[in-house]
Design a protein around this ligand. Sequence first.
Ligand code: NAD
Ligand code: SAH
Length: 408
Amino acid sequence: MSNSLSGHRKLDWARPFMKVIHELKNEYMNEQPFKGVRLGMCIHLEAKTACLCEVLKELGAELAITSSNPLSTQPDVAEALREKGVNVFAERTLDEKVYWENMDQVLAIRPHILIDDGADLGIRLLERQSQNFNQLWGICEETTTGLQRYRSMEKEGLMKVPVIAVNDSRMKYLFDNRYGTGQSTWDGIIRTTNVSISGKTIVVAGYGWCGKGIAMRARAYGARVIITEIDPVKACEAVMDGFIAMKMDDAASLGDIFVTATGNKDVITRSHFLMMKDGAILANAGHFDIEVSVADLEAMCCEHRDMKPGIEAYKLKNGREVFLLAKGRLVNLVNGDGHPIEIMDLSFSIQLESALYLIKQKGKLSHGVQPVPENIDQKIAHLRLIADELSIDRLTEDQSKYLQSWKM
Ligand code: NAD
Ligand code: SAH
């Protein structure tokens, strides 16, 4: 099978499950709202992302895309997308230079709007490419860490365009971060290792939206789940949800599988590796490859072995061996296909509506991070319910008045 043929088949499989975004496509097809608009995209390049590109192109956009992680590009999908006339600058490579060169190729089309995931593309433009900056109307940011990075820039007075906080809309984080990461993290771990989750002790670092989903699904598999947190409220929440909360220092010797989902650095480091059981498995579902300190592992290991693809063994001086998945990068995207199709349908529908919002509000929005308007969340939720042939109650006029009054 040619490289692109398997890519086309992946798109053909995903498309019918992406009902919401295709509903939006039908709604906007005559209007062609992206005509004349150049979009620079930096999102994991797999089948659902390619379907988003297809829709944006059919709505008139000129597109260039790269991937938001050096190892999350699926080459067959990239090839299929190229054949559809999209400018694709993405490779599955650990070569950092190539990763950044691909970003620069995307920025070279002088985008009006960036659809970013993790802020690598936007920060590259803001920091290094002022010549390509003047035409930029705004950025739509997909994920928690990306928004945290843009907010830090804003605090330092460096944000010169509006950034739409796609991640913070309810139809994104409640589904993508929680159920999406919950399913796809275990998919990535299970399809690579083929080990049983049932009966294992799982340590999840971080009880935010991603951590909640990962813990919830681990429990459903029959695992014992330990949570580590730095926020006392989240730790209380984990306990009330029926999990055990403790320090990583205490959990390190207990876990069979460790999953980080914090967006932080140095969550599992040298002293933890030394306490781990022989055969402990390490995976990251948060952001960069610094949550599990790969640098520490490399520095302290006395023997390294490549096991099957996506698994590396590190032998430590105490004679024990630990297994690192996906080189410490996002396990669900590097060792799997990322979130389920219906979930990415929601996230990408919000991306599409947010980009349209930037077009309609061009020049009117203030600089810095802005929420996705509530009506977009409501619209996407309604479309999802319609796709599932579900309908819900509506407030009567009388109920609406009652809810706004103080009288009994
Ligand atoms: P969140 O802010 O809801 O949760 C992060 C949690 O980690 C917080 O509760 C925080 O207190 C905790 N934390 C921070 N430092 C910690 C430490 N040292 N030890 C233990 N806990 C710590 O964020 P989220 O939406 O759950 O996202 C988490 C990360 O996952 C972000 O980097 C985000 O970009 C990324 N993300 C990944 C995927 C994916 O596909 N794998 C999907 C969505 C988000
Ligand atoms: N630069 C980061 C990117 C953060 S990834 C990195 O180093 O990998 C986190 C985001 O990936 C999530 O917010 C989610 O929306 C997105 N994601 C998850 N599954 C995906 C998929 N199948 N296709 C595209 N994006 C996906």
